[in-house]
Design a protein around this ligand. Sequence first.
Ligand code: ADP
Ligand code: MG
Length: 543
Amino acid sequence: MVQETNQKPVIFLSEGTKRTRGRDAQAINILVAKAVAEAVKTTLGPKGMDKMIVDELGDVIISNDGATILEEMDVEHPAAKMLVEIAKTQDEEVGDGTTTAVVIAGALLERAEKLLDDGIHPSVIVKGYRLASRKAREIATQVADKISIDDKAMLKNIAMTAMTGKSGAEAEESLATIVVNAIMQVAEHTKEGIVIDKDMIKLEKKEGATLSDSQLINGIVIDKEIVHADMPKRIERAKIALVDSALEIKETETDAEISISDPEQLQAFIDKEEAMLKDMVDQIKKAGANVVFCQKGIDDIAQHFLAKAGIAAVRRVKKSDMEKLAKATGARIITRLKDLNKEDLGFAKLVQEKKIGGDAMVFVEGCRNPKSVTILIRGGSEHIVDEAERAVNDAIGTVTAAIKSGKIVTGGGSIEMEIAMKLRDYATTIGGREQLAIESFADALEVIPRALAETAGMDPIDTIVELRAKHRGKDGKYLGVDVYRGKLADMSKLKVIEPLTVKTQAIASGAEVAEMILRIDDIIAGSAKSKGKGSPSESSEFE
Ligand code: ADP
Ligand code: MG
């Protein structure tokens, strides 16, 4: 035993093969996972605190967003990485509830630790947790309410719930409206139901002005300027060419050792280059384009020819923007200008350059595909627009998830309390040691109202006791934590609404990672495969 406890825990996989087994391995993994969950727990909810993450280069990120914090945190331990993974999955699947998923995972492991201390075998805990996870999601689905895509007011509540605490409070309302309108715009009613392609909503940020100056643009906004002063700045009925190669003469073609002995030769050389560039512009002209978006550079001389032809051009457009432009305008991205045809051009009613916050941006409005929209986020500083972007992203995720599943629940810890209560009833029907695990699962879910109560300065124990009692009574279903007033309240009246899938996904992934960690009873530090050979200490040991 002494040997066991003296053994150094493997926290970082490095030099040599170290090994930690059995209960020790579990204890370390649980410890690490709990620490990660603890780190993000205080950010939960609208009154949650922000985290400031400073990287090696001194760059600073201030965020309240679980996924962002975890992504930026430099975690090394594999158990910590597993938690970061579930936050990412949660973000991709439903776009919100990342902190919730991680905090639930942490709480599940904390409860599991107690069960392990009581001598309950990990496989029993895993089995109980699995039953509980399935039942919890079933309960959530049963208590959820229906929502229709036409219920704009409710969708706005969902957007606001996702954004509270993440952006300036005064702007949440206008941003929520923008998000809902954007989604309505891109939503397609098909035979299989409503399809929402979130990629059709482009987010563009520009510092300056305030969050409430953010706007929804019917089309695509490109954060670039029209490249030459003599080009038109406003083009109606735009015929758009998308080119992903440079409108330049490749350096290799001219840089090659050329020894020019007389001025005539030099002139001939320059003329040739100019002719080649003119030829490129002629191809564009011939196809009938009056706007060009180029992913690479555009030579000064080519710019001049384009301007002379009355063609507006934008250079160094991001690849992702090129793809969005293709989708929105119906244009085909061309690599060889020789291939450019009339059919490859896209269409927009209006392309114009506008000054936003002192910088020029190009607006492509009235696209062939009316489903593409841009949310232009404004705000006083880089940190504000960045955090607002994350908030808008979460809101897009939740509103989409709500429309897709057609079901919503109330937040503020109310749904977690309701599930916990019904889960305890279910546990008694299972009996045995699994019952204990299911009850622990129920306790673990209460971490959400507890954490919310803590951010509001309420007594967490009193809060849980009162919530438990009142959820048993009639009209208790929606009771949760009103973090602003520091008391319990009906969350449906406060309009704290979330999509069902954010909760079911958070519970599922929290349970999954807890299960995965509980199953591990051996940590073996391997050497990095990419290094080819083992680490020096390892090789000396075995030689
Ligand atoms: P996550 O990354 O899990 O989405 P958040 O920091 O966004 O974490 O917090 C989400 C939690 O905050 C949810 O439980 C949600 O119900 C709760 N919440 C949101 N708005 C309110 C509110 N106005 N009052 C009480 N709780 C709220
Ligand atoms: Mg959230």
